[in-house]
Design a binder for this molecule. Structure first.
Ligand SMILES: *[C@@H]1O[C@H](CO)[C@@H](O)[C@H](O)[C@H]1NC(C)=O
Ligand SMILES: *[C@@H]1O[C@H](CO)[C@@H](O)[C@H](O)[C@H]1NC(C)=O
Ligand SMILES: *[C@@H]1O[C@H](CO)[C@@H](O)[C@H](O)[C@H]1NC(C)=O
Ligand SMILES: *[C@@H]1O[C@H](CO)[C@@H](O)[C@H](O)[C@H]1NC(C)=O
Length: 442
């Protein structure tokens, strides 16, 4: 039996640069930033404002509030996607809305018969689930006791509820999965779903990840771990600057990305609207090194990329890779380690290899980063435009960088038109998890 091939036939996005794929992509390639000051979030209570003011990092990648007509977020406009607001945490709401867009895009929504429903699975992950509900119920319990804990606390909280809600909303009855591997979640969700299809569990998977962690306690946690930027509170749009001299920590972001993965023959036979690209490789590795810091030479990242090339069947021709959507979160150590890892595999390509980090526009969506950035990578393949790395004025000149290691084209500040055929997308997470996906233009 010939190996089953897996392609992407639908996309859906809710991101700090917009709600909807068109809105997010056009803002991204025109160099707009989705990063704002936490003090300008709409309708903060006085207490919340004081809490945000007390945190040294005051920038965040927030899904913009407003009407869907302007590519912004108003949950009430999504009554078809979000059937029951009381049971649905914000992270699940983002996933439901992105899933609806992706299903419509793939034309895999109308008049599905029982066989099709049984043949469709869901794999949507999150790194933390509904943090806001944990906070609220803990505070209420502490102040007022047992009877103040919400009966819907648990269903709103669980990480797998985004997958569950999508499956229940549409009646999908294939495999249900929910991976949680910190910042590699979205990458693992796509990779695992791709394996399910390849192994014949089903022909269609709704895959992706979602995160809604813009909360003072969550931001405090990352700030206390010294992971967040604190030097650009007055200029939020300049705060995320991967590979730049003045990078000094990441910007927390929120949102969701969902893709429809489909077995190639299935997609062709039913006349899918569009094939954005093929998922040809999926690499995984562990650092075995430290809970939050990367191996300084990027060894785990190197092995994940190598494994993606190997499963893609192109490990003997790495020159094929034209573009890498880097994990680069704008931390000194992480960006440097990833750059060294890329150099160890692709150094011979020098500035013929394009490497950009869209976190400069969106911030770091944690679990959702893997899918959102995979979607940007697929659009780069299908549209022939490479998204820019914003705020990149002095490449590789931070303390500890060796400028001569930064040899690639990092697409500084402006998108570049370029037809590409193969792309890699990297994701690395706390706990030493590294994952990489390889996509090919059809
Ligand atoms: C803020 O409050 C106004 C007035 O109640 C409301 O119209 C708007 O939707 C709110 N915005 C958000 C983001 O909740
Ligand atoms: C794509 O690149 C982004 C950058 O982090 C990364 O977070 C994401 O995990 C990558 N996606 C995949 C599928 O590797
Ligand atoms: C910087 O890297 C270059 C090339 O890899 C190497 O020759 C040089 O010794 C390095 N410089 C320092 C200060 O490590
Ligand atoms: C591999 O995963 C670990 C998990 O923390 C991450 O810290 C590290 O950044 C990744 N490796 C590299 C070189 O990025």
């Amino acid at each position: 039996m010939a190996a089953r091939r897996v392609v992407v036939t639908g996309l859906g996005l809710v991101t700090p640069v917009g709600v909807g794929v068109q809105q997010s992509w056009s803002n991204l390639i025109s160099g707009k930033s989705g990063i704002i000051s936490t003090l300008t979030i709409e309708n903060l209570t006085d207490i919340e404002r004081a809490q945000f003011e007390s945190i040294p990092s005051q920038v965040v990648g927030k899904v913009p509030a407003g009407s869907i007509a302007d590519g912004k977020w108003n949950a009430k406009e999504h009554k078809d996607a979000i059937k029951d607001f009381r049971r649905t945490g914000l992270f699940s709401q983002y996933a439901l809305v992105a899933a609806e867009e992706a299903l419509k895009d793939a034309n895999w929504l109308e008049d599905l018969d029982e066989k099709s429903l049984l043949n469709t699975g869901v794999a949507v992950g999150s790194s933390i689930g509904s943090f806001e509900d944990v906070y609220k119920n803990s505070v209420d319990f502490n102040l007022n006791g047992y009877r103040k804990v919400q009966p819907l606390f648990v269903p709103r909280l669980l990480n797998n509820m985004a997958s569950g809600a999508i499956s229940i909303n549409y009646g999908f009855k294939g495999p249900i999965h929910s991976v949680s591997t910190a910042c590699a979640t979205g990458c693992n969700a796509i990779g695992d779903a791709m394996r399910f299809i390849k192994d014949g569990y089903c022909d269609v998977m709704i895959a992706g990840a979602t995160e809604a962690l813009v909360h003072p306690v969550a931001i405090s946690g990352f700030a206390r771990a010294k992971s967040l930027v604190t030097t650009y509170n007055d200029q939020p749009e300049k705060s995320s600057r991967p590979f730049d001299k003045d990078r000094s920590g990441f910007v927390l972001g929120e949102g969701a990305g969902i893709v429809i993965l489909e077995e190639l023959e299935h997609a062709i036979k039913r006349g899918a609207n569009k094939i954005y690209g093929e998922v040809i490789g999926y690499g995984l590795s562990g650092d075995g090194y430290h809970i939050t810091a990367p191996d300084p030479n990027g060894d785990g990242a190197r092995r994940a990329m190598l494994s993606a090339l190997r499963t893609a069947g192109i490990s003997d021709s790495p020159e094929k890779i034209d573009y890498i959507n880097a994990h680069a979160t704008s931390t000194q150590l992480g960006d440097r380690a990833e750059n060294l890892a890329i150099k160890s595999l692709f150094g011979f390509k020098k500035n013929e290899l394009f490497v950009s980090s869209t976190k400069s526009s969106t911030g770091h969506l944690l679990g959702a980063a893997g899918t959102v950035e995979s979607i940007f990578t697929l659009l780069a393949l299908s549209e022939g435009v490479l998204p820019p790395t914003l705020n990149l004025n002095n490449v590789g000149e931070a303390d500890g960088d060796n400028k001569s290691d930064f040899i690639f084209n990092y697409v500084p500040n402006q998108a570049i038109k370029r037809d590409i055929k193969y792309a890699l997308n990297n994701s690395f997470g706390f706990g030493g998890v590294n994952a990489s996906l390889c996509f090919k233009k059809m």
